[in-house]
Ligand binder design. Structure first.
Ligand code: SF4
Length: 339
């Protein structure tokens, strides 16, 4: 038999609860068996639908009800932050460098694990259909691939594309591949960590700085839009202003200067901790599958799924997990108040 007192209890408790917060209500107390508990839950679900409140969770002996409806988690993001707005693709994982804070542990000895032309072509086409607005190719060092110009052409045929590189390999056949790339639809993002060679080379290897600076100059001279991305260890954060001034002298516009901290991922011994709970996801594809974010594309705790295709399903999966994480965090906050 339905216990109408449960609903009265619920109304009273919700009346004392701020909009958007949740309460946990005992639905087993006074019930004689499981059927009676189920009837109570059904009645509460019906009442929630009729009254504009949200039944968040139903357990064997309790329900969690939100006063009103949950905010739209995705609507609360900047449009550029909505997962699936940008699609990251790891073209390969091997690299000519062996940086000591590489977030995916790349090096000359790292297995290539190439995503491959066929998958990149299908991803670029499906990304356009799925509403992705930008493709981003990263590695490893993409210029190690003999077909990197063709991979880029495949991507720029569909969407504006950014190609991440350490900028050190623009010679010989690799320079010719660079010269074949689309200057209208492609941005090159080159890594450079400091205004002088000491800090950059300390983490990336001897002469890496001078070759990266030369690569930036060459790319600009070739007519490419160039971003510079710096990874700053904690001891370098006071050097941001002079570093930005230096980038200005190289011809890098302020909006093309990306400066971020070292993340505790991959080869890095320390750095900021980034988890699925703290990171807004950016859908990332590797040869192994779909990952939460490019900074964590070898961190098993941030692996999303093995199936890459259909891409729209992979994007939907990441969005749903993100919404669930945020709602769980909200509920946890309600269940463990500070006073
Ligand atoms: S940080 Fe970039 S350049 Fe350095 S090893 Fe990793 S992929 Fe290569």
């Amino acid at each position: 038999m339905v216990n109408h007192g449960v609903v009265l209890d619920l109304i009273e408790q919700l009346g004392r609860t701020p909009a958007g917060s949740t309460i946990t209500l005992d639905v087993a107390s006074g019930a004689s068996d499981a059927d009676e508990i189920a009837d109570n839950v059904d009645m509460i679900a019906t009442w929630c639908r009729a009254s504009g409140n949200e039944l968040v969770e139903s357990r064997s002996d309790a329900v969690v009800v939100r006063h009103g409806r949950s905010a739209d988690v995705l609507a609360g993001l900047d449009p550029d932050q909505v997962p699936g707005t940008r699609l990251w693709m790891y073209t390969n994982f091997d690299c000519n460098l062996h940086c000591d804070y590489c977030c995916v542990s790349s090096s000359p000895q790292t297995d290539r694990r190439a995503l491959g032309a066929d998958r990149i072509a299908r991803l670029a086409a499906e990304a356009e259909q799925a509403g992705v607005r930008e493709l981003i190719l990263t590695g490893g060092e993409p210029f190690l691939l003999p077909d990197i110009d063709e991979l880029v052409a495949t991507c720029t045929a569909h969407l504006p594309t950014t190609l991440l590189t350490n900028g050190m390999l623009f010679r010989g056949a690799r320079l010719e591949r660079l010269r074949r790339m689309d200057r209208e639809r492609l941005t090159l993002q080159i890594s450079l960590d400091s205004a002088t060679s000491e800090q950059h080379d300390a983490h990336r290897g001897p002469h890496a700085w001078e070759r990266a600076v030369a690569g930036i100059g060459l790319a600009l001279d070739e007519g490419f839009d160039v971003k510079v991305a710096a990874t700053l260890p904690a001891e370098q954060t006071h050097e941001v202003a002079p570093f930005k001034a230096f980038l200005g002298t190289l011809g890098i516009r302020p909006e093309n200067q990306v400066i971020r901290a070292v993340a505790h991922q991959g080869a890095a011994d320390d750095g900021i901790e980034l988890t699925v709970e703290s990171l807004i996801p950016e859908v990332t594809i590797t040869a192994e599958g779909v990952w939460w974010h490019p900074v964590s594309a070898t961190d098993e705790s941030q692996f999303v799924r093995r199936e890459i295709f259909p891409l729209a399903d992979a994007i939907a999966d990441v969005r749903q997990r993100f919404v669930r994480h945020r709602e769980t965090a909200d509920r946890a906050a309600d269940w463990f108040p500070c006073s």
